[in-house]
Design a protein around this ligand. Structure first.
Ligand SMILES: Cc1cc2nc3c(=O)[nH]c(=O)nc-3n(C[C@H](O)[C@H](O)[C@H](O)COP(=O)(O)OP(=O)(O)OC[C@H]3O[C@@H](n4cnc5c(N)ncnc54)[C@H](O)[C@@H]3O)c2cc1C
Length: 460
C-alpha cells in the first residue's frame, strides 16, 4: 500500500475505523468505473459530513496524497478511478434529500442521492427534475454535476448545468466554499458554480447541491417511427424542427443497435427487415398542446418516408417503446464486454455527415460500430466494438477513434458531449482546444489545487 500507515491512522481518527477501508476487494472495486480501466485505490474513505470531507482533503493536501472523488462509478472515462493509486473519497454516505422547496421550486441534496430517486421524490409533489442520463437509476447527483450529465431530454430541457443553482464544495486544500445560492439570477463575481459543473472532480469535492425544479408536465405522448435509412430518419428530425416542434425526447437508434437488442431479447420483430433506423420521440406538456405536437411529428415522419409510425396509447405501451432504448447498453455488452463508447456531438445539420463518416470507418477499419443517441442535440453514441485480446482489432479501433474525433472537430463538433475526458480521452484535448486555452485551464486548476492532489492525471 503506497499511502503511509500514519496517514491512514489520521483518516481513521477523522471518520472512524469502519469508514476507512484498505482490503483488496474494496481497493479493486473502487479502482474501476464503467470504462473498466484504471488503478486500484490504496485507501477508500467514506466521510458523512462536509467537515469530515474537509479534514480528509486537508490531510491529503498536507501530505501530497492523491485524492479521487467518487460517486456511483458509472462514468465512462475513468474519472472516478485513481490513475496511480492514492485515496478514493466516496461520498456514498452523504445521500440525503435535505429539502424540496415547493414555493421556490428547488431541491437541496447531498451528493450521493441517486438521480432517479430525486426525480421520483419531486414528481410525487408535482415537480420535475428533467436531467435523465440513461444511468439515472445508478448514477448520483454529485457525479452528474461533476460530469454535467445530459440525457434524452436535453433537447427540450437542457443538461445538468441548467438546473444547478448553487453548490457547497470542499477545495483540495480543505477550505469549504458556497457558490451561487437559492436564486435563479445571480451575477455577483465570477460564476464559480458553473466552473465546478463539469469539472470532473479535479477542482473541488461537491458536498451539497441546490437544484432548480420546474412543474411536472401533466401529459406525455411517446411515439416510434421506423425508417429505411438513417438519412430518412435524420430528414424527419429536420422536418419536425421546421414544424417548430421541440420534443422532450428525440432518440435515434441505428439498425445495428436494433439488431443487437433483438438478438439479446430474442424478439426479432424489434428489428424488422428493411428498418435501418428508428426514432423514439416523446412530447410533454398540456393535453391539447401535446396532441397537436404529436400530429405534427407524425406528419413530419411520414413526409420523410417513415415505413411505420406508432403512438403509445397507454403507459404499458409507452414503456414497451422505451424498452428498446434502455436495452441497448446491456445488449451491446452481450456482443463483447469491451467497446470504445464515444459521445461525440456535431451541429444538428451535420448529423448526416457524422453517419457517413462512421460508415467510412466501419469499412476502412473492418469494425462493428453500432450508433444511437440524442439526435436532437447532434449527440450520438458511437460504439466501437472490440474483442478483448485481439490486438490487431484494438489497434484498428484506436485508429478509427482518432479519425472519428478529427472528423467531428472538422464538422465544428466536439469529441465529448456527455462523458467528459477523464484519462480516457486526454490525449485528444489538443484536437479541440488550443495550447493557450489548455494552459489557461491548467492555471485555473492550479488556483484551486496548488499541489495537484485532487484527481491527478485527469483531463490534462
Ligand atoms: C449504462 C450507462 C448509461 C449512461 N448514460 C448516460 C447519459 O445518458 N448521459 C450522460 O451524460 N452520461 C451517461 N452515462 C455516464 C455516467 O452515468 C455519467 O457520467 C454520470 O454523471 C456519472 O455519475 P456517477 O455518480 O456514476 O459518477 P462517477 O462515475 O463516480 O464520477 C464521475 C466523475 O465525477 C467526479 N465526482 C463524482 N462525485 C463527485 C463529487 N461529489 N464531487 C466532485 N467530483 C465528483 C469523479 O471524480 C469523476 O471524475 C452512462 C453510463 C452508463 C454506465
Amino acid at each position: 500500500m503506497a499511502v503511509a500507515s500514519d496517514i491512514v491512522s489520521r483518516m481513521v481518527a477523522i471518520v472512524g475505523a469502519d469508514h476507512v477501508r484498505v482490503d483488496d476487494a474494496t481497493r479493486v472495486a473502487y479502482g474501476v468505473d464503467a470504462l473498466k480501466q484504471g488503478h486500484p485505490a490504496d485507501v477508500v474513505v467514506t466521510p458523512v459530513t462536509t467537515a469530515e470531507v474537509s479534514a480528509i482533503a486537508h490531510l491529503c493536501h498536507e501530505t501530497r496524497t492523491p485524492l479521487v472523488p467518487r460517486g456511483a462509478g458509472t462514468g465512462y472515462t475513468g474519472g472516478a478511478v485513481p490513475s496511480h493509486g492514492g485515496v478514493v473519497i466516496s461520498l456514498e454516505r452523504m445521500n440525503r434529500i435535505l429539502e424540496i422547496d415547493e414555493g421556490s421550486l428547488l431541491a437541496i441534496v447531498e451528493p450521493h442521492v441517486i438521480t432517479g430517486d430525486l426525480q421520483d421524490a419531486v414528481e410525487a409533489v408535482g415537480l420535475f427534475y428533467p436531467p435523465d442520463p440513461a444511468s439515472l437509476r445508478q448514477s448520483v447527483i454529485g457525479g452528474n454535476v461533476a460530469e454535467c450529465a445530459g440525457g434524452p431530454r436535453a433537447f427540450k430541457y437542457g443538461v445538468t448545468k441548467q438546473y444547478v443553482l448553487g453548490l457547497e464544495a470542499v477545495l483540495p486544500t480543505g477550505e469549504i466554499i458556497e457558490t451561487g445560492g437559492k436564486v435563479v439570477k445571480n451575477v455577483v463575481g465570477y460564476d464559480l458554480t458553473h466552473l465546478l459543473v463539469g469539472s470532473e472532480g479535479t477542482l473541488a469535492i461537491i458536498t451539497k447541491v441546490i437544484l432548480r425544479l420546474i412543474p411536472k408536465p401533466p401529459v406525455q405522448i411517446t411515439m416510434r417511427a421506423s425508417f429505411p435509412t438513417v438519412r430518412h430518419a435524420v430528414n424527419a428530425v429536420t422536418g419536425l424542427i421546421r414544424a417548430r416542434v421541440i420534443p422532450a425526447a428525440l432518440e435515434l437508434i441505428d439498425g445495428d443497435s436494433l439488431d443487437a437488442v433483438a438478438s439479446h431479447l430474442q424478439v426479432r420483430s424489434l428489428a424488422p427487415a428493411g428498418t435501418a433506423a428508428i426514432l423514439l420521440l416523446e412530447v410533454d406538456g398540456l393535453s391539447a398542446q401535446v396532441r397537436e405536437e404529436a400530429d405534427r411529428i407524425e406528419s413530419a415522419c411520414l413526409e420523410a418516408g417513415a415505413t411505420e409510425f406508432r403512438r403509445a396509447t397507454d403507459n404499458a405501451e409507452r414503456q414497451e417503446l422505451w424498452r428498446v432504448r434502455r436495452e441497448i447498453s446491456p445488449s451491446l455488452k452481450v456482443i463483447t464486454p469491451l467497446k470504445f463508447n464515444h459521445d461525440v456531438v456535431v451541429p444538428k445539420a451535420r448529423i448526416p455527415e457524422l453517419f457517413e463518416l462512421v460508415d467510412v470507418l466501419r469499412e476502412r477499419y473492418r469494425l462493428r460500430i453500432p450508433c444511437f443517441g440524442h439526435v436532437g442535440d447532434g449527440n450520438i453514441h458511437v460504439n466501437i466494438m472490440v474483442t478483448p485480446g485481439d490486438d490487431d482489432e484494438i489497434r484498428r479501433a484506436h485508429e478509427a477513434e482518432g479519425d472519428l474525433f478529427r472528423g467531428v472537430v472538422a464538422m465544428d463538433g466536439s469529441i465529448s458531449g456527455e462523458h467528459g475526458i477523464g484519462f480516457a480521452k486526454k490525449k485528444y484535448m489538443t484536437l479541440e482546444l488550443s495550447q493557450d486555452e489548455i494552459d489557461l485551464m491548467k492555471r485555473v486548476k492550479a488556483a484551486f489545487d496548488p499541489r495537484g492532489v485532487l484527481n491527478p492525471g485527469k483531463i490534462f
